[in-house]
Design a protein around this ligand. Structure first.
Ligand SMILES: C[S@@+](CC[C@H](N)C(=O)[O-])C[C@H]1O[C@@H](n2cnc3c(N)ncnc32)[C@H](O)[C@@H]1O
Length: 291
């Protein structure tokens, strides 16, 4: 494939890829409990990082502490993290008799993300902050939330403008399908039946993407700024172990079964078209209207 075509596909994917929108039964907002549960487990690391930044005066020397949640998606999780970070900073300021800074929270995800659902959660978020402020006798700094759409494999923020990057359950999403995996037949990811070149291609793509990610963020972080990144990993080094691949193998199997059914339906339609003299399109319309 030509480089121009590849770039076009990458742009298209960035514009349409998103988690299930809204807050209905099948939305991401209502189905991100696994991520939320795992997120609470990482809080000690977040706390440790914020203490480290306070010890290096990064927090006390700024009027506005800027946080970005990379790949926020459209659930409460990102706002929960933001509010937890603010609490931690505030408690540290109180302990050390410093004034709490203002906060800027930037929510990032791809262009197709359902930011509207996130925005609709903001009134409740701001109202909870107000309640906290009242309890803590107004010492809690103001908070401003905004959205920054775009891929985090590109630049998202001005030079040296962010104090803390947080990314949760997202960095394992590659920027593109690795090159040279055409022989990964019947699979959609690494699996037990993948040839060795496929495993190498996925490893290489992750290396390229992660390097790019670090390079971009290093330009955007202020001196002394930090990142807390939580990535899905595996406990066994073999990339084809069930620990890593089983859900993708099951999904690939389901997609393959669906494809077989579609082929079967097409064959029946072809036979019907010949015997009834109707086009396949017309037959599909008839089927659709009577089902
Ligand atoms: C599992 S969800 C995120 C989880 C979220 N952090 C949480 O805790 O609920 C993964 C998100 O990554 C986003 N994403 C994938 N590739 C991206 C990229 N290159 N840049 C920004 N966001 C991306 C997807 O749109 C999706 O919303």
């Amino acid at each position: 494939m030509k480089a121009k075509d590849k770039e076009k596909i990458a742009m298209e994917v960035q514009s349409i890829l998103h988690m299930n929108i809204g807050d209905g039964e099948s939305s991401y907002a209502c189905n991100s409990f696994l991520q939320e549960t795992a997120m609470w487990k990482t809080l000690p690391i977040l706390k440790h990082t914020i203490k480290f930044m306070a010890n290096n005066s990064v927090i006390f020397s700024t009027q506005c502490f800027k946080i970005a949640d990379l790949r926020c998606s459209s659930s409460m999780n990102s706002l929960l993290v933001a509010s937890t970070i603010m609490d931690m900073v505030h408690d540290l300021c109180e302990e050390t008799k410093h004034k709490s800074p203002q906060f800027e929270v930037c929510l990032n995800d791809l262009f197709g993300n359902d930011f509207n659902t996130m925005f609709k959660m903001l009134p409740e978020f701001y109202s909870n902050l107000k309640k906290k402020k009242k309890k803590k006798r107004e010492h809690f700094g103001h908070c401003f939330v905004s959205a920054t759409p775009g891929s985090f494999y590109s630049r998202l923020f001005p030079n040296k403008s962010l104090h803390l990057f947080h990314s949760f359950y997202a960095l394992h999403w590659l920027s593109q399908v690795p090159e040279g995996v055409e022989n990964n037949i019947y699979n959609i990811y690494m699996s037990k039946s993948s040839p060795p070149n496929v495993l190498e291609a996925y490893q290489k793509q992750f290396d390229i993407d992660f390097r790019k990610f670090l390079q971009m963020r290093s330009e955007e972080l202020v001196q002394g700024g930090c990142m807390v990144l939580t990535i899905v990993g595996r406990s066994i080094s073999d990339p084809t172990s069930d620990d890593c691949c089983i859900i993708w193998e099951l999904l690939a199997q389901s997609l393959y079964d669906m494809l077989k059914e579609i082929i079967q339906v097409r064959k029946i339609l072809m036979r019907l078209a010949i015997s009834t003299g109707k086009t396949q399109q017309k037959l599909l319309e008839l089927l659709w209207n009577h089902c």
